[in-house]
Structure formats: structure tokens, C-alpha cells
Design a protein around this ligand. Structure first.
Ligand code: SAH
Ligand code: SF4
Ligand code: F3S
Length: 466
């Protein structure tokens, strides 16, 4: 593994200034998970570093970049739909540049398809190519290449200090590792994001300090499996050690993290969450299925009983802890019995939130070789039953919160005029009346009721606007 520093590319900035009379505008749209959103923020940072402005409508743009996700077929179809829709715009405005990057661009069959069927796409690069974007753009702008289509490749490097344009002024994403080594059999991520790479703790700490100093209140540490942080580093450090290190930074903030793979979630991690007030008492712990047979076929390396033991230990150790999870419905050959085990498990755990997905076959993964024996109708019926069961669970849990007074981070406007939304430490959302100046600050809220799974409340005490 090599660690590099990002360098400002003055030649690229000069070329951009020569080609355009006024600073060109870029429209960057990110799909998929928080890691991709954070990559999108760095892509915007790199573009502004060479003289681009940013815009939020494709029609205004000189460069349109789709930062894509490949995790489910639906995600890919949406991107192709959106790229297809740009053909007319490009005909009207031939100097417009269109690019595609992110996880889809790290698949050979996608690059081949773009090469053959989407001649008006000018630029394609993968997840490890963000720091090379200035050079790629130069090749295109200088007319050295008609199209710049990078072949999928993963680089064993981490580039630090890539410029960044964050979307929020009070919530920040902070990647601590990239890639994934787990190869869950249904999942494309290890193929498109490559092998796990951990950032040095000193680099993470430096970025973290910068965020706290800039007034960020919520910092979410990101990795496909944060619990295996530290693998491959020269320093001896694991994820719990990293959390303890970050919590030594003084300031008024809190830390979230995702995703924790249950197979690597240690008692040490849970003890750390219990001991550190700056760590939110909420764990996103995707279980995927409640059936041991399916979990084995998914290559998840835990059983339902082991998972429940972990949840039990966390409940005992961290008062008030809440859990959320991801569930896949209709994994190839999932039987009614397997699905019933999933329903049982979600009842036993009592998740506050559940992210539910119908299995989507991904070419190149192991599960894609299994005959898919679950019919479409069965899949949608199971999904409906899962959601119904979860709604009832969550409504009960949310109602049990009523009466508490809690500190929330005010995130934005509520659905009704004059209301705001805030997030509790345990990741629930509350709506309450309040002035927009509170957005981005902490407020104390008394929980007075609930509407389905959203809490209702009123500000109490004297919250401090920023
Ligand atoms: N690394 C994280 C998140 C991975 S992607 C983790 O392990 O939890 C987010 C979620 O998408 C996964 O948890 C899984 O539930 C879902 N997912 C991944 N591949 C999928 C597929 N082929 N079909 C349906 N859902 C999928
Ligand atoms: Fe995919 Fe599994 Fe890695 Fe998560 S841990 S990204 S589900 S392979
Ligand atoms: Fe999608 Fe890539 Fe994230 S495939 S879920 S954007 S890692």
C-alpha cells in the first residue's frame, strides 16, 4: 500500500482557463451509499481546484458527471436512463462534456457498453481515479483524445488531502477505510471497490480535528466494514482504538459510524461505545437474513444465535442502545421457512429502522450462479410482510420514547411550515416547532407524541443557536 498526497494541478487549471472564457460549471450527481456521496464531494473539490464552478441543474452545466452505484440492477438502470436522457442536450450543446464515474465504471462490461452504445459519453473513470480527474480532463480538453475511457482498475494507493466541497456545514462523512474483503456472495462491492485499505490513524485524526475546528457537529466514520479497520497498517490499531483516539479531541460534537459487520463486531467495540459519551448509542448492524442456511450461503460468517448474542451483550452494556439493519428478501432459493426465521429475528431484536432490499442478481458474484427459485410474486409478498412486521415493531419502540427529554441535532425543515427536524442520539427523528436559525445546532426537545415512526416534540430549555 502506498500513501500519496494530492497535488494541485496548475497546468490543468491553466488549460481550463484558456478553453473557457468564464469559469465552466460542473453538475455532479452521486448515487448509492455514503461512501459514494463522500467521493462526490471530493470530485467537486477537485473540479473547483482547477477552476470549475458548481451548479445544481444539468442544463446549466459544461460538465455533467454521474457518480454511480452498482449494488442493485435498479441503480444501474436509473443511471443508463439518465445518461440516455442527456443525448438531446448534447446535440443542442455539443461542447458539453458528459462523464460517468464511481462503482459502475469499475466494471468492464459497463465500460464496454458505454464504448459501444453511448458515443456521446466523453469521460469514464473508476473509484480510484478521483485524483487523476484533472489529467483526464486535460486530455479531453486539449483534444488529445476524443474520448477518455479508463479501463476498470484498482490502485493499491490511498491519496490523502484530496480537496473537498462538503454538502453540509454541520454533518460530515469521514472515510476511514476503502474497499471490502468480505465477498458476501450476493454483493458486487468487493469487485467494484477492490480490496480493503485502511487510512493511517494520523491522517484520519487530522481530518477529524479539522472538522471539529470548522464546527461540524456530527461526524460519521465510513467503511464497508469499519470493524476490520487497521488491517494491513504498520501501526497496531483496531476500530475500537481508533474511536477512543478520536474521542480525545475536545469539542461539542458526536460520532456515528457505518457499517459494522456482525462477524467482526467485538465486545471491545461495544464496551467502547458504552464508555464514550461522544459515540452515538445506535449501531447499524446489518443481519441480511435470520436463517442460518441462507447466512451460510451468503458467506456472512455468523449464525442468527451469534448475532443475537451480540445484540444481547450490547443491550446489557449500553443502556438505551438502538439497532438498525439491512435485510435482503428473496435470496436465491430462500424458502418460506427461511423467511419466517428472518421475521422471527427482527421481532427478537426489535430494530428501530430496517433497510429492506429485494435480492438483485449481480453478474460476477457467486450467488449469480445459483438458480433463482423464488418467484417475483413471492418476493414482493415477503417484502410486504416484512415491512408490515417492521412497521408494527418500530411504532411500538418509537411510542415508548414519548415523555423523554433529549438533546437533538437540528437537521432541517419539517414537513409543516414553521417546524424543524432533529435527530436523537439513537438515530430517531423528531419534529418540533422552531426557528430556522437552530438548523445545525443542538437543541433540547421534550418528546410529546409520535406520528407513525416520527416523534413529535417541543423545544425546552435554552438551546444555543450557533
Ligand atoms: N458493507 C455494508 C453495505 C453494503 S451495500 C454491509 O455489509 O452491510 C448495502 C446493502 O445493500 C447491503 O447490506 C445489502 O443488504 C444490500 N445489497 C447488497 N447487494 C445486494 C444485492 N445483490 N441485492 C439486494 N441487496 C443487496
Ligand atoms: Fe458487500 Fe458484504 Fe462487503 Fe458489505 S461486507 S460491502 S455486503 S461484500
Ligand atoms: Fe453502490 Fe458502490 Fe456504495 S456499489 S452502495 S455506491 S460502494
Amino acid at each position: 500500500m502506498e500513501f500519496l498526497e494530492f497535488k494541485h494541478d496548475q497546468a490543468a487549471a491553466d488549460l481550463v482557463a484558456r478553453v473557457y472564457d468564464t469559469p465552466p460549471l460542473a453538475y455532479v450527481h452521486s448515487y448509492g451509499c455514503q461512501q459514494n456521496v463522500n467521493d462526490g464531494e471530493r470530485i467537486k473539490g477537485v473540479l473547483t481546484d482547477i477552476g470549475y464552478g458548481l451548479c445544481d441543474k444539468p442544463d446549466d452545466a459544461d460538465l455533467i458527471l454521474f457518480n454511480t452505484c452498482a449494488v442493485r440492477e435498479h441503480a444501474e438502470q436509473r443511471v443508463f436512463g439518465n445518461v440516455g436522457a442527456l443525448k438531446a442536450l448534447k446535440e443542442k450543446k455539443p461542447q458539453l462534456l458528459i462523464g460517468l464515474c464511481g462503482c459502475m465504471a469499475n466494471q468492464k462490461h459497463i465500460v464496454d457498453k458505454l464504448r459501444k452504445s453511448y458515443p456521446y459519453v466523453d469521460l469514464v473513470f473508476g473509484v480510484d481515479g478521483i485524483d487523476t480527474l484533472p489529467q483526464l480532463l486535460c486530455e479531453k480538453l486539449a483534444g488529445r483524445r476524443r474520448r477518455v475511457l479508463m479501463e476498470p482498475a484498482q490502485r493499491p494507493v490511498i491519496v490523502e488531502n484530496i480537496p473537498i466541497r462538503r454538502e453540509s456545514e454541520f454533518r460530515a462523512w469521514l472515510p476511514i477505510m476503502y474497499g471490502c474483503d468480505n465477498f458476501c456472495t450476493y454483493c458486487i462491492v468487493p469487485y467494484v471497490r477492490g480490496r480493503e485499505k485502511s487510512r493511517k490513524s494520523a491522517d484520519i485524526l487530522a481530518e477529524f480535528r479539522g472538522l471539529v475546528a470548522a464546527g461540524y457537529k456530527e461526524i460519521t466514520l465510513l467503511g464497508q466494514n469499519v470493524n476490520s479497520y487497521g488491517k494491513g497498517l504498520e501501526e497496531q490499531i483496531d476500530f475500537a482504538d481508533l474511536l477512543r483516539l478520536l474521542c480525545t479531541v475536545p469539542g461539542d460534537y458526536h460520532i456515528r459510524f457505518m457499517t459494522s459487520h456482525p462477524k467482526d463486531a467485538s465486545h471491545k467495540l461495544i464496551d467502547t461505545i458504552a464508555a464514550q459519551p461522544k459515540l452515538c448509542k445506535h449501531i447499524h448492524l446489518p443481519v441480511q437474513s435470520g436463517s442460518d442456511r441462507i447466512l451460510a450461503q451468503m458467506n456472512r460468517h455468523y449464525t442468527a444465535a451469534q448475532y443475537l448474542e451480540l445484540v444481547e451483550y450490547a443491550r446489557k452494556t449500553i443502556p438505551g442502545v438502538t439497532f438498525s439493519s439491512d435485510i435482503i428478501v428473496g435470496f436465491p432459493n430462500e424458502t418460506e421457512e427461511d423467511f419466517a426465521a428472518t421475521l422471527r429475528l427482527i421481532e427478537q431484536v426489535g430494530y428501530m429502522q430496517l433497510f429492506t432490499f429485494i435480492y438483485s442478481k449481480r453478474e460476477g458474484t457467486k450467488a449469480a450462479l445459483l438458480p433463482d427459485e423464488v418467484t417475483r410474486a413471492e418476493k414482493t409478498d415477503r417484502m410486504r410482510r416484512l415491512l408490515e412486521t417492521q412497521d408494527a415493531i418500530a411504532m411500538k419502540l418509537v411510542a415508548a420514547q414519548v415523555g423523554r427529554t433529549v438533546r437533538v441535532l437540528v437537521e432541517g425543515h419539517g414537513r409543516e411550515e414553521g417546524t424543524l427536524t432533529g435527530r436523537l442520539d439513537n438515530n430517531l427523528t423528531v419534529e418540533f416547532a422552531g426557528a430556522p436559525e437552530l438548523i445545525g445546532a443542538y437543541a433540547h426537545v421534550r418528546l410529546t407524541g409520535a406520528r407513525a415512526t416520527v416523534l413529535l416534540g417541543e423545544v425546552c430549555g435554552q438551546p444555543q443557536p450557533q
